[in-house]
Every structure is written in structure tokens, then in C-alpha cells.
Design a protein around this ligand. Structure first.
Ligand code: 5GP
Ligand code: ZN
Length: 134
């Protein structure tokens, strides 16, 4: 493996994968430990670690492919909905340091949890002020 990156090795064909689609810049394949049936990963072939160090043009190509693959999954599985997940950094659960988007198909009637808590309006207001962009 040239740079110790599992996903670069998959893109280079050095590690096998169940490919869903591929072009010059982008590859989509099934996650080896799926959250749900049809869980798919979409990666750029060119290495970057996450959202913040990826070229805009590469990111645009990957996101366009995410949408096409999601549409195909919805029809072919079929699934009732899907989540797009993209982790950045260990604190966010990123285990493979090569940009990837998860497409997680969802099925009506299957349990699904994202934990939320009631928002504190003052805290939300202050946070938006700190984050708001010019
Ligand atoms: P992360 O937690 O970094 O966002 O997600 C990494 C994902 O890559 C995990 O869902 C994991 O199951 C998947 N994964 C790790 N190694 C391999 C592999 O060699 N092949 C495939 N197909 N998926 C992998
Ligand atoms: Zn890589």
C-alpha cells in the first residue's frame, strides 16, 4: 500500500471491493460493515483526508455522484429513504482518513435513532451569532 490508506488501495484495485460505480475521479462501493442493507461509500480517487482539504472541483464531482448513487439505491434496493453521513476527525467518528460520504439506506418500520435534546433558545441564538458568516 503506497500511503497506508485503505481507500487509496481500494481505488487502486489493490484491495477488492464491491463496486457500485466508478469513473475517472470517483468510486462508490459497499461498506464492508454496513449500518443497513445497501450502505455505500463514495470517495474521490485522489487522496484527501476530509471535507476541509478537498478541492472544490473534486468535492463537486463526489457530491454529484453521491446523489446519483442514492437515487439508484432507492430504486434498486429499494429503500424508503437514506441518510448522507460524512465524518471529519476522530472526535466525529472518522476511522478512515480518506474523504468519504456514507449513503445509509433506510427502510420504513426499521428502528432508527439520532439522539436529540431540546434546544436552549438563548444558547442557539448566541451560537448562531458566533458562527454566522459575512
Ligand atoms: P468512518 O467511520 O471513517 O466515517 O467510516 C469508515 C467506513 O469504512 C466504515 O463504515 C467501515 O465499515 C468502512 N471500511 C473500513 N475498511 C473498509 C474496507 O476495507 N472495505 C470497505 N468496503 N469498507 C471499509
Ligand atoms: Zn487515501
Amino acid at each position: 500500500m503506497k500511503n497506508d490508506c485503505v481507500f487509496c488501495a481500494i481505488a487502486a484495485g489493490e484491495i477488492p471491493s464491491f463496486k457500485v460505480c466508478e469513473d475517472d475521479a470517483v468510486l462508490a462501493y459497499l461498506d464492508i460493515n454496513p449500518f443497513t442493507k445497501g450502505h455505500t461509500l463514495v470517495i474521490p480517487k485522489k487522496h484527501s483526508t476530509g471535507l476541509l482539504d478537498t478541492d472544490d472541483a473534486v468535492l463537486a464531482a463526489v457530491v454529484a455522484r453521491v446523489r446519483k448513487v442514492a437515487a439508484r439505491l432507492k430504486e434498486a434496493l429499494p429503500c424508503d429513504g437514506f441518510n448522507i453521513l460524512q465524518n471529519n476527525g476522530e472526535a466525529a467518528g472518522q476511522t478512515v482518513k480518506h474523504l468519504h460520504f456514507h449513503i445509509v439506506p433506510r427502510y420504513a418500520g426499521e428502528p432508527f435513532v439520532f439522539e436529540s435534546h431540546k434546544g436552549d433558545m438563548e444558547e442557539l441564538k448566541a451560537l448562531a451569532g458566533r458562527v454566522r458568516m459575512a
